[in-house]
Design a protein around this ligand. Structure first.
Ligand SMILES: [Zn+2]
Length: 84
């Protein structure tokens, strides 16, 4: 085996390893993204107005909604600390 051939093989091997590593990395990212999207979907629309049952994605929107739609209703305690 010539030195040149060996180094070519070594490079080819490195390339394969790097491709496998990348594939593994991408699969991991895909898995993580999927999980994040799932979590985000689950986290979205979790604030339900106690008065009209409208669902909102975040406490800020909820508080703004509450203050504009139900000004006479006392603010739920979980919204007291929210900076709207
Ligand atoms: Zn409401």
């Amino acid at each position: 085996m010539s030195q040149l051939l060996f180094s070519d093989m070594a490079r080819g091997q490195q390339k394969i390893q790097s491709q496998q590593k990348n594939a593994k990395k991408q699969a991991g990212q895909k898995k993580k993204q999927g999980h994040d999207q799932k979590a985000a979907a689950k986290a979205a629309l979790i604030y339900t107005c106690t008065v009209c049952r409208t669902q909102m994605p975040d406490p800020k929107t909820f508080k703004q909604h509450f203050e504009s739609k139900h000004p006479k209703t006392p603010l739920p305690p979980e919204l007291a600390d929210v900076q709207a």
